[in-house]
Design a protein around this ligand. Structure first.
Ligand code: GLU
Length: 492
């Protein structure tokens, strides 16, 4: 059987971590099994669905490189369209409502929302599950006509069996069983003809020939309702896989109070697409040997639904940060430079690096490559190459002006001003040799030479390797800065 899976987001906001994880597992499964990955937009919640949210989801999926074989922008297949509201316009859902009504699996319900709420309240008071009480399930023709005469509109409800149970085998959860008595006569279609999620989802999963439905386990209580609809229509349900919950560090379901939940926030912070994907793949899935890093295509090669875990996964931001650093280190200097420029322009922060020489920027970034954890760290790590020299006061006090160091610091800078004009700046080794020789001649420790030069040219005590930094900065700039520093702190 052909493997066909889908990601079916409701465009009611940003794309969240949990949603991406669902999309990713579907994507990985499709790629691994040489199947088809479908993106379907479930936009039937008219009050909350927006076009801009659809765009956010599509753009985020593209950034994450979770490309779909069928879906928005690729509507040519026999299964199109991929927006549920477009499918509604084509009468797709109405057709099956008519069949269910005719076969007696569904009925028109004329109760108002207030009346339904009252029923629920009564059930609650009687310590029963708060469900619709089936009031309209067996109306006579006359009763229906009477309601219609009153101007009432009808929703379509599913006629749920009152006894028995529904059972299915879930790839992740194993055997699952629900008592029918706990399920209510849920609404299939609203009075305005818009289908509800539980109905539209079944019709589309069937018509789009989904082999598997892989989704978050927050949907597991919807699955028995959906299986009832499949059965009523005489259809075979797909195979289900309900992915484990994602929890925050405190054990509560992941939410805003645990930090960022929207994938765009992570992009803004400077997480890399592949690092985020690698991290999310490990939320509820692992290999036998608990491999952590999956560079290149190895996620697809290793993925299997059988190794998805039913126990909740914990979202650990510090592990994600670590992983991002690993991915950054695994890339070439050129790749990081390109990713940084893309990120700067995507975050509309071009001003941050305005006027910065690109060749120098690339070299500066490569000096700091090992240290970068997030793309957003980069400007702060390299800006001293491009900005007017500005001093960290502690660095100045400690390295240039402390009682024990100021004389040698002054002398080192003065000697640099005299000697560096004739110094070869062609390699870090040559510059290191220069500094070591100077220390020897002056009879001071190496650090008494290295540290003042560092503070004099960068204003700080931390930074890239000193001699690489001098090489990249170039002779003129290094000399200019040392002169400036000497003028400022050692004028007389
Ligand atoms: N539109 C549903 C959601 O966003 C899809 C659930 C499903 O995959 O069936 O949660």
């Amino acid at each position: 059987m052909a493997i066909r899976v889908r990601f079916a987001p409701s465009p009611t906001g940003d794309l969240h971590i949990g949603g991406v994880r669902t999309a990713l597992f579907n994507y990985l499964y499709a790629k691994k099994e040489k199947g088809t990955f479908v993106l379907r937009i479930e936009d039937t919640d008219e009050a909350r669905s927006t076009e801009s949210s659809t765009q956010i989801i599509i753009n985020a999926m593209k950034w994450l490189k979770l490309g779909w074989d069928e879906g928005p922008g690729n509507e040519l297949s026999q299964y199109a369209p991929y927006y549920q509201m477009k499918r509604k316009e084509q009468g797709i859902y109405q057709k099956y409502i008519d069949i269910l009504l005719e076969k007696g699996y569904a009925y028109k319900c004329y109760c108002t929302p207030e009346e339904v709420e009252k029923m629920r309240e009564q059930a609650r008071l009687a310590k029963q599950p708060p469900k619709y009480n089936g009031h309209c399930a067996n109306l006579t023709k006359e009763q229906r006509e009477q309601y219609e005469k009153e101007g009432r509109t009808a929703v379509i409800r599913f006629k749920m069996p009152k006894e028995g149970k529904i059972e299915f085998e879930d790839i992740v959860r194993g055997h699952v069983s629900f008592e029918n008595a706990l399920l209510d006569d849920f609404v299939l279609m609203k009075a305005n003809g818009v289908p509800t999620y539980n109905f539209a989802c079944v019709i589309d999963d069937y018509l789009m020939e989904m082999s598997h439905v892989i989704r978050g386990d927050d949907h597991i209580s919807n699955t028995p309702r959906q299986i009832h609809v499949y059965k009523a229509l005489g259809w075979e349900p797909p195979t289900f896989a309900h992915l484990s919950m994602i929890l925050g560090s405190d054990g509560a379901r992941l939410s805003k109070r645990h930090g960022h939940t929207s994938v765009l926030e992570y992009r803004k912070e400077g997480y890399l697409q592949d690092a985020l994907i690698n991290y999310l793949a490990l939320l509820g899935w692992s290999t036998q040997d608990s491999q952590q890093l999956f560079f290149g295509n190895s996620l697809i090669e290793n993925f299997s639904l059988d190794r998805c875990n039913s126990s909740p996964a914990t979202f650990d931001p510090s592990k994600l940060l670590w992983m991002n650093g690993e991915y950054i280190r695994n890339k070439s200097d050129q790749e990081i430079f390109d990713l940084f420029l893309d990120w700067i322009s995507w975050t509309k922060q071009d001003d941050l690096i305005k006027g910065w020489d690109r060749a120098l920027l690339k070299k500066a970034i490569s000096l700091e490559h090992e240290k970068i954890k997030l793309l957003k760290d980069i400007p702060g790590l390299v800006d001293f190459f491009f900005k007017e020299l500005s001093f960290d006061q502690t660095a100045v006090d400690k390295i240039l002006l402390s009682d024990t160091k100021k004389d040698s610091a002054k002398q080192v800078l003065q000697e640099c001003i005299i000697r560096l004009p004739n110094q070869d700046f062609g390699s870090p080794e040559a510059l290191e040799m220069f500094a070591r020789n100077l220390a020897q001649e002056l009879g001071v420790s190496n650090s008494k030479v290295f540290h003042p030069i560092r503070v004099a040219i960068s204003g700080r005590t931390q930074g890239p390797s000193l001699f690489h930094m001098m090489e990249v900065m170039g002779k003129d700039e290094v000399l200019k800065r040392i002169q400036q520093t000497a003028d400022k702190y050692f004028k007389n």
